[in-house]
Design a protein around this ligand. Structure first.
Ligand code: BES
Ligand code: ZN
Ligand code: ZN
Length: 464
């Protein structure tokens, strides 16, 4: 991770990025030649930043929002050569934070499986401007958490199986020291009769895990906890309803993006000591067509006693999440939020540039989530959640079925899950943006860590 430090005054203008809307401003220490060069480029509307020989950048902050500035940071990052230290100089706190955030996010690499690891050279950013050391530490902690989420998504199942996922979460909590993790293993899951999780696990060689994370600071502002549930399908073959390989099964190591999102959100919240009581529940297994695999036509009795007719074993996410959402009831939650790479329908509806969300919680929670999503450019798009869709999951032989009709698959999946939330306020996030096949600026390529910055900001805004 790049180190961030405060610097009182600028020493020289080598390897400096100036953030400004006017190159003749006081804090912009350019020589005459540079000033006229940048002045000219500022007049051309299209140029967002300019580079001179000595890695001196000027990012034009006029008319730019936080996301634009993060994208400029990504562009500046791309131009790095072998610089070990750079200085970022500005006179506006929001702009500086946005730039540093975009820059940190852009520095992510997943090199574990390369023989030659070509690591980025930059080690340090010195910041000259109105940003406190505490704000820099907060940025670092969020970036670390996002990187952790990305790492978990990028790890193949050959490394990150359900047991490893649970252990990773426990290790992170031990590092942070201010939150707890408990892991339920197969026997415990059996004794609790988590039928959905056990059914999906039947075709697997690896036992399932159910991980409980709890962050409960003394100064929590909420009496009842927020319960975050994350889909931990460490690999989704589709089970007996087998997926095709290309553009489908080939990236289903990313099917624990929801689990990564929720675990990393709690990690970020805990590292930055936000005053909110949060519980995380992570049901985890792979979904495979092994010899005892659950089969289309099966009827499964879930943790809460509901019977489910399985019509497609590839709709496994809702089977494992349903048990966790029902289990959440024991915490008497203020609200349950789940995050899951749940449906292809969500991806087809809005692509990978935002997540889909819906639910029955208080309106203010929807507004707050939308607002946090805009602020962080980790966006959510609301879908309707009308009860008519419950018709689509009625079964002839059981209480409900795990497959909806031909349309609006993301909504029938949400309605299926709502059934298990009982009376508890509930929001479902379908994380269509957990994995990118092509690079998208500072959001990266491969695992994105989508949802972590969104939910971190949501809890930060709540605690204000
Ligand atoms: N993990 C997939 C959903 C998915 C697919 C997420 C592609 C991101 C990209 C999920 O388990 C699944 O297979 N869902 C099925 C449900 C269907 C059988 C009702 C789907 O969306 O096709
Ligand atoms: Zn599936
Ligand atoms: Zn899945």
């Amino acid at each position: 991770m790049i180190q961030l430090t405060n610097l009182k005054t600028l020493k020289n203008n080598n390897n400096v990025v100036f953030l400004t809307n006017n190159v003749t401003e006081k804090h912009v220490a350019l020589n005459k030649g540079q000033t006229s060069f940048f002045e000219k480029s500022f007049k051309k509307d299209k140029i967002q930043f300019t580079k001179t020989d000595a890695f001196t950048f000027v990012v034009n902050t006029s008319k730019q929002n936080a996301h634009d500035i993060r994208v400029h940071a990504f562009e500046v990052h791309k131009s790095l050569k072998n610089e070990k230290t750079i200085t970022v100089c500005g006179d506006n706190t929001e702009n500086l934070i946005a730039f540093l955030e975009g820059f940190l996010m852009s520095n992510y690499q997943f090199l574990k499986y390369f023989k030659d690891k070509k690591q980025n050279k930059l080690q340090k950013i010195q910041v000259v401007g109105p940003v406190t050391q505490a704000a820099l530490a907060e940025l670092q902690n969020v970036a670390l958490s996002v990187f952790w989420a990305r790492d978990m998504v990028n790890e193949p199942v050959s490394y990150l199986d359900a047991i490893k996922l649970a252990e990773e979460i426990k290790e992170k909590a031990e590092e942070a020291k201010n939150y707890k993790v408990e892991i339920f293993e197969q026997m415990k899951i059996q004794s609790l009769k988590m039928g959905g999780l056990l059914a999906v696990n039947q075709g697997s060689e690896t036992p399932p895990t159910f991980t409980i994370i709890e962050y409960k600071p003394k100064n929590a502002i909420n009496k009842k906890p927020y319960v975050l549930v994350g889909k931990g399908i460490v690999y989704d073959t589709g089970g007996l309803s087998l997926k095709p390989t290309a553009n489908s099964m080939d990236f289903m190591k990313a099917d624990m993006g929801g689990a990564a999102c929720m675990a990393a959100t709690i990690h970020a919240v805990a590292l930055n000591k936000l005053p909110v009581h949060i519980v995380g529940l992570i049901p985890a297994t792979d979904n495979r067509p092994g010899k005892n695999a659950y089969a289309p036509g099966d009827v499964v009795t879930m943790f809460d006693g509901t019977t489910v007719e399985v019509l497609n074993t590839d709709a496994e996410g809702r089977m494992v999440l349903a048990d966790a959402i029902a289990y959440a009831d024991k915490y008497n939650p203020e609200m349950i939020i789940d995050a899951a790479t749940l449906t292809g329908a969500a991806v087809r509806a809005i692509g990978v540039r935002a997540a889909v969300f819906m639910g029955n919680a208080k309106e203010t929670y929807f507004t707050q989530l939308e607002k946090s999503g805009q602020e962080m450019h980790d966006r959510v798009v609301r879908f309707p959640f009308w009860d008519e869709w419950k018709e689509d999951i009625k079964s002839d032989i059981a209480d409900i079925k795990n497959l909806g009709g031909p349309y609006a698959g993301m909504i029938t999946a949400g309605k299926f899950l709502e059934h298990f939330a009982k009376k508890n306020p509930y929001i479902h996030i379908d994380l269509s943006n957990a994995y990118l096949h092509t690079q998208e600026n500072y959001k990266g390529k491969g695992g994105t860590g989508a949802g972590v910055r969104l939910l971190y900001q949501f809890f930060k805004n709540l605690s204000k």
